[in-house]
Design a protein around this ligand. Sequence first.
Ligand SMILES: C[S@@+](CC[C@H](N)C(=O)[O-])C[C@H]1O[C@@H](n2cnc3c(N)ncnc32)[C@H](O)[C@@H]1O
Length: 274
Amino acid sequence: MAETVRAERLGFDPTVPNDARIFDYYMGGKDNFAADRKAARHMLDVAPELPLMCREGRRLLSRVVRYLIGAGVRQFIDLGCGLPTMGNVHEVAQAAAPGSRVVYVDNDPVVVRHSQALLEQNDDTVVIEADLRDTRAVLGHPRVEALIDPDLPVAVLLHFTLILVPDDDEAARVVAEYRDAVAPGSYVAIAHSVCDPKPEASAKLAAIYRDTGVVDGPRRGQVRSKAEVESFFDGLRVVDPGIVYIPWWRPDPGESLPGPETVWSVGGVGRVER
Ligand SMILES: C[S@@+](CC[C@H](N)C(=O)[O-])C[C@H]1O[C@@H](n2cnc3c(N)ncnc32)[C@H](O)[C@@H]1O
């Protein structure tokens, strides 16, 4: 792991817009502040489809978790889990396979406190405050080591979080480190907004993220392309149907399938085989 990684603690500042709380606003939640709502409305002027994209993202997460349960996975690490909302990973996994173990990771103390308050009764779920980029700190955290059996497959979920790791090399390193640390038969699932269908809107959104301080660290001028996201799956066997616009990833019967111009995000699942 690069020596330069710093596990930064964000602290709590309601005057600086925060991604978890902006996401909460789009999902109709109450855990957001004036600065979050102002940035969110600014983004909605550019891309009114953002709330739909968020909901489609949660639907995808649900389908991915159910797929992984079907593939025999009983351990999940949800990196950048966000505030509790519809279809949380432990709810979906433990409904399908009771006893499934779930680790939630976020570097936002508000997310962590909320989630801990909700989950303190659940013996098979833990919430830790950590920087997902510090793979050693996450996987070596005492509560993670106590819950996750490193000899068994685990699903590493990077669901709309790599967009907040703006440096391409660092994002690729993070994925590779988790891939190489987990047992064979594990999976890495990634969902990520992409610029291809709406280059102008995505460039404007990236600028808002940069200018309002939502994105931490080195600044990035634009949202990644689909091809750039596909490169994060190097070294994994991508399962069917591949890396696709998210409504098209194993939709449930009867689900609506909005097109890429409305939901400009892709997702996929890769299996660790070595
Ligand atoms: C867009 S939300 C995604 C929430 C959830 N994964 C989903 O798809 O619904 C991104 C989350 O990642 C968290 N996050 C951003 N950078 C992070 C980092 N370096 N380490 C841990 N969490 C991070 C944010 O606090 C936020 O809760």
